[in-house]
Design a protein around this ligand. Structure first.
Ligand SMILES: [Zn+2]
Length: 302
């Protein structure tokens, strides 16, 4: 039966062949956005829009002790104030626990996980990085972390900005944690699970996460082999330069970077464009946020 949809796709045979772009901005609500996190938000937004893609927001709220009350809502308000409008419902990692549990069980069923009760101090006293000490120890689950048996690590990255990157060998080979000793989900497990299930095709974020991409792509490839999920192509990765404070250190919540001033959203956006290597005329600051972003999309080169 040929309904209107079928007729449309028949008239446009290339419709299904168009490359899909799904990008995301994934802040952790450990505090409000600052100038550095705005650059990551704007960078991922412009890249998605310049590719005619979909842009999602995911709240990485899996570390309650480090999340001041209301920070997540503040972040969403800050994005809206800068006219960074997302396309689908916000994904809240705090609501994904059952899915993470299933993911963990799927890994466990393939013998890809093990318990580890090593303290940070014990690990440091043995080696620079975790040395797989508990791989065959059959540690009990009480107060243990769960680690990934990292037997086939991705060792070479292809980043759209940085080109070919070979992170430290010991780092990429480390059996990274999936569940922390305090019982909270580790970042790597949550981020890969959610990117995979949201069908993310392009990851654009700050370069402090470049090396961890090796672990994440390893986990993604592993997901493809579990037999539990429809395989997904590895995402394209692109790591943006970090914004440094006056002291030369990365702007971050830990360094007490000031929260974005919402009375100067246009100026904030123009500063973000500069940080992304674009050179707008100063007059752009007088334009509407929507037009500043449109200028960014038109001039996006990465
Ligand atoms: Zn251990």
């Amino acid at each position: 039966m040929a309904g209107p949809l079928a007729a449309d796709s028949f008239n446009n045979p290339e419709a299904t062949a168009l490359p899909v772009y799904r990008g995301r901005f994934a802040p952790s609500p450990s505090g409000p956005l600052h100038a550095g996190s705005l650059v990551a938000a704007v960078g991922s937004f412009l890249d998605a829009r310049a590719h005619g893609g979909t842009w999602l927001v995911r709240m990485e709220d899996i570390d309650p002790p480090r999340e001041p009350e209301g920070a997540a809502e503040t972040i969403l308000r800050q994005l809206e104030a800068h006219h960074l409008h997302w396309d689908e419902s916000v994904v809240w990692q705090s609501q994904q626990s059952l899915a993470y549990q299933q993911f963990l069980a799927n890994l466990h069923n393939k013998s890809l996980t093990y318990y580890c009760d090593c303290t940070r101090k014990q690990i440091k006293s043995r080696a620079n990085r975790y040395d797989g000490f508990c791989r065959n120890r059959n540690v009990s689950s009480e107060t243990s972390a769960i680690r990934f048996r990292n037997d086939n690590p991705v060792k070479l990255l292809h980043d759209r900005i940085k080109g070919s990157v070979k992170p430290d060998h010991d780092f990429v080979c480390e059996d990274f944690t999936l569940v922390r000793r305090d019982g909270l989900w580790a970042y790597q497990l949550a981020v890969v699970h959610d990117d995979f299930h949201s069908g993310i095709t392009h990851i654009v974020r700050g370069e402090d996460l470049l090396e961890a991409s090796a672990w994440q792509l390893t986990l993604w490839k592993t997901m493809n082999t579990l037999g539990s999920y429809d395989p997904q192509p590895l995402p394209d990765i692109c790591h943006l330069p970090l914004v440094l404070g006056p002291d030369g250190r990365k702007l971050s919540k830990q360094n007490h970077a000031p929260e974005l001033n919402l009375s100067q959203t246009r100026l904030n956006l123009v500063h973000a464009l500069h940080a992304l290597g674009l050179s707008p005329e100063p007059e752009l600051t007088n334009c509407h946020e929507r037009d500043i972003l449109a200028w960014g999309i038109a001039n996006w080169k990465i």
